[in-house]
Design a protein around this ligand. Sequence first.
Ligand SMILES: *[C@@H]1O[C@H](CO)[C@@H](O)[C@H](O)[C@H]1NC(C)=O
Ligand SMILES: *[C@@H]1O[C@H](CO)[C@@H](O)[C@H](O)[C@H]1NC(C)=O
Length: 191
Amino acid sequence: MRSQSALIGSIALAAIASGSSTSATSTSTSSSITTAGLLPTLSPPNGPVSAPADSTLIQIGFLGPLNYQFIIANPVSSAQIFMWLPEGLAHGLGLNSDQVVMESLAPLNTTARLHYITTLALAYIPTNMVSSLALDLHNTTATLYNDPDSSVKTLMNLINPSIPLAPGSNLPDTDSTGTGSAGAASSTAAT
Ligand SMILES: *[C@@H]1O[C@H](CO)[C@@H](O)[C@H](O)[C@H]1NC(C)=O
Ligand SMILES: *[C@@H]1O[C@H](CO)[C@@H](O)[C@H](O)[C@H]1NC(C)=O
């Protein structure tokens, strides 16, 4: 029963590894897609969902290896986020996995600060867990980042905790002064 997820896991790690080696997976992708506004939003594989009772919609942003152009170009990766993020969030928060419901994947234009378009996962979680999640995102020893399933753990450790949880919000200080090399590395260090 483990074989299918193990197979998908090895694909994920390969996909994540190849994505991290370059900021754009092909020159045609990087030249044809220049704005976040032209990128589609992705719905869950099983179709649109409605909000569970007593839930709140939150957004989780991912780091550069899972940038949005990469996700669009690699459907396996979006399928993996839809599958594994609810598992990781639920386990991290001590919930059943059906208490975390994926709503969509969407682009967030972080080009000015991070030099890539961030992938956002929008998900419904129990409203009384929002503040716990906000704390755990900044706690590297939290269960959230130490899932027993290595594929889920890999995904959870590609979360960018600097992206605010409130849907529609961007990184603080989006002022785009071209100061050069302030990139993804500095954002991951933010507390
Ligand atoms: C994304 O941000 C960059 C840098 O601030 C800007 O030039 C570009 O127009 C933005 N794209 C969209 C769709 O807002
Ligand atoms: C971080 O997570 C660990 C493990 O759950 C916990 O023991 C610790 O209290 C947390 N630290 C903070 C500051 O919340």
